[in-house]
Design a protein around this ligand. Structure first.
Ligand code: CA
Length: 426
């Protein structure tokens, strides 16, 4: 997928304790917790040709100055900056278990977060209306993103962004994205939007209450209060306008809903339940898709997809362009659904009607890789064996589900893995 330079989910980590939805700064395509890749630090190891941090910084300084950063800005920003081993450890951590979507939603859209969002919406209603109207984005969506990214500004991260990005650009195994963002961060300091001491954010470089990566900041941050600075750390009008501008820039459709919970017909073709498969609302209606309580689908102009994030035993949704725009903020179905649902709940909406399959035992990373290996051994093509259940793996799962006469919803379960183990053992 696309590299989006945005919103490494720091706040999600704090809200959901280790769930790490596919960040748009990342390159994974599955929904399940794509991590930053395994790190093989190129620094700090002995006997390699890796430069020292001082040598690396000298080379970076040449490039930064060529990009327009002054020597004074660079040297001030790099005062006392040293690689942070804790950040490299976080970057290379790949948890064996990630939370299922329902556990993530339980914490991201908890009653406490809904109530706090309603209070935040009421307290800032005039500012929100003024700053989001030019972009055609309803305030409740901006508030929901604000809540999930930084707990309504309470938790934006306290890492020195220059040090965090320098650490990852120097020592991670994916230096280029971080190096580019580091130069962008230096250009933000150069422009005077913020000073080094106050340029704070997540360990992965996402900044301020909107958790913008520096490259996203340079493109999409907005000076909402017209004080001459784009300050997403402490100016709420800037926080709201920047978020709305980002959404508008990625195709937000004013007045359209994000989607709705639906009921699928008994003989539904499960191959169609993929975010990248789009039809018109009329076409989905003709196939028998209805709102969850049985009513007709809403009249929405944009292309629509059906998603079943936890398979046929969980809630299913029709989603429109605005849901896809939320995926541009952070490419994870869990994330986009959390923002959408939190916005609805803040606006007074209720919970989903269908229950999540909470009795499904969790699958470990090893289980998921085993599933992929066994699908491949069975003659199906699950794509790369990476423990991420992406589109290719779901196709392979559906093929095996059809082979054994189960509902081909493409949802990975331990029971399915056990069927596959039995099948491949014989
Ligand atoms: Ca401002």
């Amino acid at each position: 997928m696309r590299i989006r330079y945005f919103a490494l989910p720091f706040a999600i980590l704090t809200l959901a304790a280790c769930q790490s939805p596919a960040g748009s700064t990342k390159s994974a395509t599955g929904d399940a917790a794509p991590m930053l890749e395994q790190t093989a630090p190129s620094a700090g190891t002995t006997g390699s040709t890796a430069p020292t941090f001082a040598d690396w910084r000298t080379r970076l300084r040449v490039d930064a100055l060529a990009a327009g950063v002054s020597a004074a800005t660079f040297d001030r920003a790099f005062q006392n900056v040293t690689p942070d081993g804790d950040i490299l450890a976080k970057n290379s951590a790949q948890p064996e278990y990630t939370r299922p979507i329902w556990a993530y939603l339980d914490s991201a859209v908890s009653q406490a977060n809904v109530s706090a969002g309603q209070a935040a919406l009421a307290a800032n209603s005039q500012t929100l209306t003024q700053t989001t109207r030019p972009y055609g984005v309803e305030p409740k969506f901006v508030v929901a993103i604000w809540g999930i990214e930084s707990l309504y500004g309470q938790n934006s991260g306290d890492y020195n962004i220059i040090e965090a990005l320098a650490t990852l650009a120097y020592g991670s195994n994916r230096p280029e994205v971080f190096r580019q963002n580091l130069i962008e961060a230096l250009l933000i300091l150069q422009a005077g939007d913020i000073d080094t001491a106050n340029m704070r954010g997540s360990w992965a470089g996402a900044m301020g209450q909107t958790q913008f990566m520096p490259a996203a900041f340079r493109k999409y941050a907005v000076d909402g209060d017209h004080d001459g600075k784009r300050d997403i750390w402490s100016d709420l009008p800037d926080v709201f306008a920047s978020t709305a501008n980002y959404l508008a820039s990625f195709g937000w459709q004013p007045g359209e809903p994000w989607g709705a919970e639906v009921r699928l017909p008994t003989k539904f073709d499960w191959d169609l339940a993929e975010i990248d498969t789009t039809k018109t609302v009329q076409e989905w209606s003709a196939l028998g898709v209805r709102l969850v309580h049985g009513g007709p689908l809403p009249h929405v102009a944009s292309a629509a997809s059906i998603i079943a994030p936890a398979g046929h035993r969980g809630p299913t949704f029709i989603v429109f362009q605005n849901f896809r725009t939320l995926l541009d903020y952070n490419n994870s179905i869990s994330y986009a659904l959390a923002v959408a649902h939190l916005a609805d709940r803040i606006g007074g909406g209720g919970d989903f009607v269908a229950q999540w399959p909470r009795d499904e035992p969790p699958m470990s990373l090893t289980d998921k890789q085993d599933l992929q290996n066994r699908l491949a051994a069975r003659g199906y093509d699950p794509g790369e064996v990476d423990g991420v259940i992406g589109p290719k793996t779901r196709i392979a799962i559906r093929q095996f589900q059809r082979e054994i006469g189960e509902v081909p919803d493409g949802f990975a379960t331990l029971a399915l893995l056990n069927r596959l183990r039995a099948a491949t053992a014989s």
